[in-house]
Design a protein around this ligand. Structure first.
Ligand SMILES: Cc1cc2nc3c(=O)[nH]c(=O)nc-3n(C[C@H](O)[C@H](O)[C@H](O)COP(=O)(O)OP(=O)(O)OC[C@H]3O[C@@H](n4cnc5c(N)ncnc54)[C@H](O)[C@@H]3O)c2cc1C
Length: 347
């Protein structure tokens, strides 16, 4: 086994490495090579190596949005760089650079403690800052794209470090240019533009009620973060206790005409206008109505707390969880004629 940690290289290489502790489904998988990068300058050297230049490379953060159904035959690259730097600041806003390996939730708490507003609705989402632009993380009516100034990347196709501005990131619902070209970009840092005041978004899934229960009538970002953390802790299974990757399916976008005919047949189906002649349907409602909530097949299951969360009750393999996901997709397709798309990366 190679186990190289040369002082000063800024990276560590382990051969035939276990990934079981590196994914929140806690499924077993191995990487032919696992490289932890602590200095982003090391990428220039690393991408000169044949294994990275030509072979399959998977960038991994905290593994909270990945399902391994097999071993990875090439390099798993984990960006473990740390640091938060305020680049510019005035009375209204600041531009802040955050290294890719920082924990997202820690950064949200940092931003709230510094007096910035806007990120509080995105509290308690697991994972790294570097992975956050990948699917334009979103929750409680807010998406990260509102606050991204630009993203620093290693561009594998051009073999150089560069930046993509907000428009260049091609953000959409749980989507971005990074997700659409998964073999091209390694995100090394994200620059955020953080306002000091920002319209609060409270009209989402029980936020006002939770604030009222906390006895708060004039909420500040810290109180909103606390309220949302409490709701999330109640609603979602904790991956440290029961393996999961949050919502397994995206809310499907369908033509308005299909949404309208489904609404006539199923008046309880939640749907929202999504622009460009599309409607967004509640994936949770579709899955629950098909009777999958709480289902268990061996150690693979659907959470009884939340119909969209697939869980590993113990020793499920990634392939077993994937088979259950496919069964759910087939059930929803048959009953409603709607195709569900998985949210996590399936390896
Ligand atoms: C309990 C729970 C709740 C969740 N709730 C939400 C939610 O409310 N909203 C939401 O949007 N998501 C949610 N998620 C999903 C997950 O937290 C996010 O997608 C998160 O951004 C993943 O971060 P990560 O570091 O774990 O990425 P990983 O799972 O390691 O990777 C995810 C994807 O990003 C890529 N990637 C990772 N790092 C980089 C990088 N530096 N450069 C390029 N590509 C990279 C990977 O290749 C992979 O395709 C939830 C997950 C869990 C377990």
């Amino acid at each position: 086994m190679i186990n190289a940690t040369a002082e000063g290289t800024g990276y560590t290489i382990v051969e035939n490495a276990s990934l079981e502790g590196r994914n929140t489904f806690h499924v077993a998988a191995r990487a032919a090579l696992l490289i932890d990068v602590r200095r982003r300058e090391a990428l220039t050297e690393l991408f000169g190596f044949a294994a990275l230049k030509n072979g399959p490379v998977l960038v991994l953060g905290e593994g909270s949005n990945v399902l391994f159904t097999r071993d990875w035959p090439g390099v798993v690259l984990s960006i473990a760089t740390r640091g938060i730097t305020v680049l510019e600041s005035d009375a209204e806003r600041a531009r802040v650079r955050v290294e890719a390996g920082e924990n997202w939730n820690d950064f949200v708490h940092w931003s709230v403690a510094q007096g910035f507003a806007g990120l509080e609705n995105l509290v308690a989402i697991p994972g790294t800052v570097g992975a956050a632009p990948m699917q334009n993380i979103g929750a409680y009516g807010v998406e990260i794209r509102e606050f991204v100034h630009r993203v620093e990347v290693w561009d594998r196709s051009e073999a150089r470090a560069t930046h993509l501005d907000n428009a260049g990131c091609g953000f959409a619902y749980r989507d971005s240019v990074f997700k659409r070209a998964p073999d091209r970009y390694v995100i090394t840092a994200v620059e955020f533009e953080l306002p000091r005041t920002h319209a609060m978004r409270l009209d989402y899934a029980g936020v006002r009620e939770e604030l009222a229960a906390l006895g708060i009538d004039t909420p500040r970002p810290a109180a909103i973060a606390e309220a949302i953390t409490r709701i999330r802790m109640r609603k979602l299974p904790n991956p440290q206790i029961v393996g999961n990757a949050g919502s397994f399916f995206k809310n499907p976008l369908v033509p308005e005409s299909l949404a309208a005919s489904l609404a006539r047949e199923h008046p309880a189906l939640p749907a929202w206008p999504a622009g460009e002649g599309l409607s967004k349907l509640s994936a949770a409602w579709l899955v629950e109505t098909c009777g999958f909530k709480g289902l268990r097949e061996g150690d693979a299951g659907v959470s009884s707390q939340h119909a969209l969360v697939l869980v590993n009750h113990g020793k499920a393999t990634g392939a077993e969880i994937h088979a259950l996901a496919e069964r759910i997709r087939a059930g929803v397709r048959e009953r409603f004629g709607v195709e569900l798309q998985p949210e996590p990366l399936i390896v």
